[in-house]
Design a protein around this ligand. Sequence first.
Ligand code: ATP
Ligand code: MG
Length: 772
Amino acid sequence: MEALLEGLNEAQRAPVLQKDGAMMVIAGAGSGKTRVLTMRIAYLMQQGVDAFNILSLTFTNKAAREMKTRIGTIVGNSEAKNLWMGTFHSVFAKILRIEGHHLGFPPNFTIYDSQDSQRLISAIIKEMGLDKDIYKYKQVHSRISSFKNSLITVKAYFQNPELMEADAMAKKPRIGNIYKEYVDRCFKAGAMDFDDLLLRTNELLARFPEVLAKYQKRFQYILVDEYQDTNHSQYLIVKALADRYQNICVVGDDSQSIYAFRGANINNILNYQRDYDDVKVYRLEQNYRSSKNIVEAANSVIEHNKTKLDKVVWTANDDGPKIIVHRSLTDGEEGRYVASNIFETKMNNQLQHSDFAILYRTNAQSRAMEDALRKREIPYRIYGGLSFYQRKEIKDVLAYLRILTNPNDEEALKRVINYPARGIGATTLDRLVIAAKQYDRSIFEVMENIEHLDIKINSSTKNKLYNFVNMIHSFKILSENADAFTVAETVARKTGLLQELKKDGTPEGIARIENIEELLNGMRDFVEGQKEIADATGSLSEFLEDVALATDMDKDIDDVDRVSLMTIHLAKGLEFPYVYIVGLEEDLFPSGMSMNTRSELEEERRLFYVALTRAEKQAYLTYTESRYRWGKLIDAEPSRFIEEIDQQYLDIQTPMDNYRYKPMIDTDIFGEPDKSKLRLKKPVSGSAPTVGKPTEDQLRKLRKLRPQTASEIPTDDLNGNLSKGMHVEHSRFGHGEVLGIEGIGQDQKAEINFQTGGIKKLLLRFAKLKIL
Ligand code: ATP
Ligand code: MG
């Protein structure tokens, strides 16, 4: 107990020690909100609250796991395991498995990811004979998704003339029909999409009072992290569950609300005090994460937002270095700057790759960063984008596994019915789909009964269908007794999937086989891990549940030390010592699509606030003069967010620092290496001679003739004749004695015993050593 409170300041202790009642912690970034939630749970358990009675909702499953581990060290691991903790989606998927039968869903329902949903929607659009250029499946999907998140069911849609009129005006009068067909098909396939996990939970709690009462009694204490980003559907679930005991603690920061575009509603925070009796509001003001420069800079930007709650954020941390602002010529150059900077900083300070993060506004920006990191052989991991489980070969294996637990899963079946090729063509599939509709059965059920049904399919094809059904049946029998790993391995071999890829023989084919191996390794680990948990057996359905809700943020594919790359949206709640925010240009960040209204722009600014406050020690802001977008080289202008930062916290670097071939570029435009002359805004045309502006041709040449970056140029020759026994001085580690030298040329390293820092190996090319 003492130990538990020791790691908290006064303000943080108060919400931890208030055992009962409704409370809200509103505080800026890095002030310990997540830490308060963690400690509050540990404290509740120490006070005798049963772990089974606590529900904690987090932004990622990874965050939940980290919290659990932390709590485990305080109250014991075996107790901590019983906590209900995770994202809204994962917790309520678990409840729907138990209770979904009330709504007509099987316990082994499939969870469709957005790719599955979009494929199905696209198939429906085609079946309905609609123009796919008007009914774009992605747009239709996001419209349906927004209905679901606002709890607009199909019935509610058709009772709402305004909605129907809006779709008709947008020349898409059949949206409602697509929505209906989509919902029916998911239901028939025993599948829920991501939005259903929330929508159906709401339906369950609203329609079945006894189910609601059961979970209200169960979850006597409810905690929600990142409350500012809950959408209406999530809000209602929490409200319903907390209604009985009203022991609810939410933490959040209105300045970090960044999901309005997905229906997150900042009013959830603002109205909280109305929703519960006697709400205590706590504020935390001290930031423990970041240097003073970063905290102050972030404060100065968010000041520009009109809509915000008054909040103070300060820190007792050191000033730290100023935020570095760096301009490049092109996005390729920007990538090279970031990569070489990471390389140097890591070398000079003896850091891990995982100390660095590169954050961007849009996924597409990762490519230039990846190219540069690869050239430098810096290992990295991209979060978001195409996750491991989204890769084709992995989805193929998973599709077979999904059919075993739920043969009605239409999307899984369509994916593999003819892969590897077994002579079941598109026409046959179309006929099966029509028959399924006609008999009101799933496609697989039609296939199982093909002998007895009146379908225009010839006997040789029928035979092939029969073989496929038989194969699935045999796997299913295996899966009833064997663990997930054994089943998957058998499936990969017996379906011919592995052979197909081996035949392929290309490097991509080999990479695919390796990925399948990686999947199998992961499954083996999973099966082992499940053995520790009560009631778990390591079965296939347990595994599929885990995978369906895993984002690659949650699962580290391997434990290699890597630089993290992700969009800012994904970075919420995380922290890294060194953070690069790249592509700080008008139209990109703030996004060109979010500058129409003040509220959109304010959301972009909050996003920037989130990005900046991820950094602990040093933040870098980079932008380029020109960038390839939509296949064209366009001029770029520095983001207004750079200007909005109080300039005293910035170290604005001139681009010339990075070029060796200065004469290639006219200095009039690119500035003398004199910081005071750097213009953040591009010169108004006419105010500077235009001769200096590089033409597209020059830019192309420049990209080929990659200018040597600072880190490639030997810093000095001071370290040249270093030998064992010499005494040296390092700017950071101080005085040390050389223990040995290894390697030659560029790779030469010295092992040095520093008086304060201990023994370190430094790459001589970078180590700024003074021989004493
Ligand atoms: P965000 O708004 O970004 O989610 P947060 O408010 O949840 O931030 P935490 O992640 O809980 O903040 O804390 C930020 C950092 O400060 C963490 O590394 C945490 O361990 C540390 N920290 C929080 N409180 C204290 C404290 N009292 N003493 C020392 N370190 C602390
Ligand atoms: Mg947090």
